[in-house]
Design a protein around this ligand. Structure first.
Ligand SMILES: *[C@@H]1O[C@H](CO)[C@@H](O)[C@H](O)[C@H]1NC(C)=O
Ligand SMILES: *[C@@H]1O[C@H](CO)[C@@H](O)[C@H](O)[C@H]1NC(C)=O
Ligand SMILES: *[C@@H]1O[C@H](CO)[C@@H](O)[C@H](O)[C@H]1NC(C)=O
Ligand SMILES: *[C@@H]1O[C@H](CO)[C@@H](O)[C@H](O)[C@H]1NC(C)=O
Ligand SMILES: *[C@@H]1O[C@H](CO)[C@@H](O)[C@H](O)[C@H]1NC(C)=O
Ligand SMILES: *[C@@H]1O[C@H](CO)[C@@H](O)[C@H](O)[C@H]1NC(C)=O
Length: 658
């Protein structure tokens, strides 16, 4: 009675101030209300969501805006729509929007407003996962690297005030930018997640409540808040928070009734059943076998969820690419790690290059059965072109270009400094010192806590590789007093799950036969990353190769090629070892054919200049396949080759499937 009376009062107020007063309680549909402007509402109902007061179930797919050029977003949304999805789910990747403290970027490749508005135009609702931690197999799980230098005792993903200060500042920047895009305000965003699978690592109630209250304050009370955790009681208990919807996640082949009815229902007694991450494939790591999941299991598990009237999100429906230095790593025992590949294809229904797969068609057939009307026509896959060989010329070594590439360097210090202290987010730092004493023959060079990989040079001659991934922390060297020792250290991507305070560089001491080396110089290497709203090729000119040693040092190679019609294509790196590739100045990411399994990198057609000359540059870290005259090449092919054999680890299957 009280509520009805209040509603009555609201209506009177609305009648006189119809323009400005938002109506809150959509559940009360009365005759009077129908004469008012249509009220948009999205809420939790019994066993389902309520959209504008009507029972609603979402069928969603994940697609992260930073993993595809904006020119293709609409095409991907239309392909999702045509498969029978009504919703898209994305994270916000903090680290790309605030690369350094208070330096914000919401343009071009990370224009989130354009992304949400395009989704809405294509008829999709949006499930938002602001994080702040997102995992997503991106560097540091989406947290900006600079948090690691702000305060060394900061406890990430907890209620530590030092951490909350930056989270608060970020949320107050980003959420007001999209406040008008919530469903109640006329936009597509129906719900927002609190943290991300938090129960796997923590249970800090103050932290969860802080995020819940801040999200509600900034996005308004009309948005559905939810948590997502693995389908085991302990994880859900750690991650959930009162006043939000508890959801779970699990993949193809999992026990759907167990996960929903035995686990989720314990904490969500009569709301909609939701699987926020249903895995139709899996991610991949350098050095591990390529993982696929067959469509039969995917469709079977989807059907089981549909029969229970559950809402679910397919993670990923479109995986895309990890351009530049976007990819993170996963941990192994004893400070080991495995870096995530550049491709985030995920064996998803829509391939990395936007192509429709058999899995897509089978899923569409299933969703058609549950769709009120016929699904629209399927947009075609984009045509691909094999542009063929591009000959590359040597344009000088890293050492030749050190002044250009490390304008801020060198930084001198008694002991080696981390990337974070050097304000070097990604890529490479060259560390240099003089060997002050004569050594035994041979002697042992050791690096204590190397993150992650170093090519070692004595007087500019490469003498070996140390690697956290390969668990090689020391090597024999033959050195003399006065020789220059250099280590080109590569950040292979910050760890994105578990303990995520993964600083990069040389974190302990470098020693020879147990004697710690001091008096270091560090040269942070400035390479373009992602996003890059003004890509520019390097200005390095072709040079003569004077000796084969030059081809075995980190060096740059450049080629040009004419493109008549710009189409999607793939770059293949036969004979090359490891490095980064730049197309018209854009950092596509790491190539590493000798490691595998990924052998080709996807090149979106929109990165190419049509009817014009295009530039291709490689920064090869180890050794180039060029003979004496600098003649070497890479090839553009028309299909991806992602499942190459790997030398040192066999494939691991999706651990969350069952
Ligand atoms: C660093 O964080 C810790 C833990 O929150 C806090 O006690 C300390 O005061 C902070 N230090 C600085 C310099 O902000
Ligand atoms: C799935 O879980 C249900 C409920 O816990 C159980 O009865 C059933 O045996 C399980 N099915 C399989 C195949 O394990
Ligand atoms: C699913 O929803 C339909 C329509 O409301 C209902 O008839 C059916 O019983 C529901 N199924 C389950 C398993 O809740
Ligand atoms: C590195 O070596 C120096 C000099 O031997 C020593 O003072 C310092 O404590 C060492 N650093 C670490 C992290 O052990
Ligand atoms: C050298 O550095 C290591 C750690 O990097 C440290 O454990 C050791 O104590 C140092 N040795 C000396 C003599 O300072
Ligand atoms: C890689 O995939 C292709 C195409 O699906 C298949 O023909 C080939 O056998 C696979 N290779 C390996 C090594 O799995």
């Amino acid at each position: 009675m009280m509520l009805l009376a209040l509603v009555g009062l609201t209506l009177i107020a609305v009648a006189s101030e119809a323009v400005i007063l938002p109506i809150r309680h959509a559940k009360f549909h009365t005759a009077e209300q129908s004469t008012l402007p249509a009220k948009r509402s999205f809420e939790v109902g019994k066993d389902c969501f309520l959209k504008d007061g009507q029972p609603f179930r979402y069928i969603s797919g994940s697609f992260h805006y930073w993993r595809q050029p904006p020119e293709y977003w609409e095409d991907t949304f239309m392909k999702m729509r045509a498969a029978g999805l009504n919703t898209v789910q994305t994270y916000l990747n903090w680290n790309l929007h605030e690369p350094e403290p208070l330096q914000y970027n919401f343009d071009g490749e990370v224009d989130i407003r354009r992304y949400f508005q395009t989704a809405q135009k294509c008829g999709l609702l949006v499930v938002l996962r602001p994080g702040p931690f997102i995992d997503a197999e991106v560097d540091m799980g989406g947290l900006p690297y600079w948090l690691l230098r702000m305060n060394s005792s900061m406890q990430l993903r907890t209620s530590d005030p030092s951490y909350l200060h930056y989270v608060d500042r970020w949320y107050r920047k980003v959420l007001p930018l999209i406040h008008d895009l919530t469903y109640a305000n006329g936009g597509p965003i129906i719900s927002a997640q609190i943290e991300n699978e938090y129960g796997w690592v923590g249970s800090d109630l103050v932290y969860k409540e802080f995020l819940r209250d801040l999200t509600k304050e900034l996005l308004g009370p009309d948005i559905v808040l939810f948590t997502t955790d693995g389908p085991v009681d302990s994880a859900v208990v750690g991650g959930r928070v009162d006043g939000t919807l508890t959801t779970v996640d699990f993949g193809a082949g999992a026990n759907v009734t167990h996960n929903f009815l035995d686990v989720e229902r314990k904490f969500n007694s009569d709301g909609p059943l939701v699987n926020s991450e249903f895995y139709p494939g899996w991610l991949d790591h350098w050095g591990e076998g390529w993982i696929t999941v067959d469509w039969e299991t995917v469709v079977m598990t989807m059907q089981q969820m549909l029969q229970l009237n559950a809402s679910f999100n397919t993670y990923m429906f479109y995986g895309g690419s990890n351009f530049g230095f976007v990819a993170g790593s996963n941990t192994q025992d004893n400070d080991g790690m495995v870096p995530v590949t550049q491709s985030y294809d995920y064996d998803a229904p829509i391939s990395e290059a936007g192509d429709l797969t058999v899995k897509y068609m089978k899923i569409r057939e299933l969703f058609q059965k549950y769709s009120p009307g016929p699904l629209g026509p399927v947009p075609p896959s984009r045509p691909k072109t094999a542009y063929g060989k591009v000959h590359l010329q040597y344009t000088g070594s890293l050492f030749d270009h050190l002044e250009t590439l490390s304008a801020e360097g060198p930084v001198s210090s008694p002991l080696p400094l981390s990337f974070e202290v050097l304000k070097q987010a990604y890529g490479f730092v060259l560390y240099r010192t003089q060997i002050p004493f004569n050594t035994r023959d041979p002697s042992k060079l050791a690096v204590d806590t190397l993150h992650d990989r170093a090519v070692v040079f004595l007087d500019r001659k490469p003498v070996g590789i140390l690697s956290r991934t390969a668990v090689v922390h020391s090597m024999d060297i033959y050195a003399e007093a006065g020789q220059t020792l250099e280590l080109l250290v590569q950040n292979e991507g910050r760890v994105c799950s578990g303990p995520i305070n993964d600083m990069k560089g040389i974190l302990g001491n470098v020693s020879i036969d147990g004697n710690n080396l001091t008096d270091w110089q560090a040269f942070p290497i400035n390479l373009p990353g992602f996003p890059d709203n003004d890509p520019q090729p390097f200005a390095f000119k072709a040079r003569k190769v004077r000796s084969d040693v030059e081809l075995k040092r980190p060096a740059f190679y450049r080629g040009e090629f004419y493109v008549e019609v710009a189409q999607d294509t793939f770059l293949q790196f036969d004979g090359w070892r490891q490095g980064y590739v730049f197309v018209n100045g854009r950092n596509l990411g790491r190539y590493w054919p000798v490691q595998g399994p990924q052998k080709t990198l996807y090149v979106p057609g929109v990165f190419l200049f049509e009817d014009g000359i295009n530039t291709l540059e490689l920064f090869e870290v180890e050794s180039a396949p060029c003979r004496h005259h600098g003649q070497c090449f890479v090839s553009f092919v028309d299909q991806p080759y992602l499942n190459g054999t790997v030398t040192f680890r066999s494939g691991t299957r999706n651990p969350f499937a069952v």
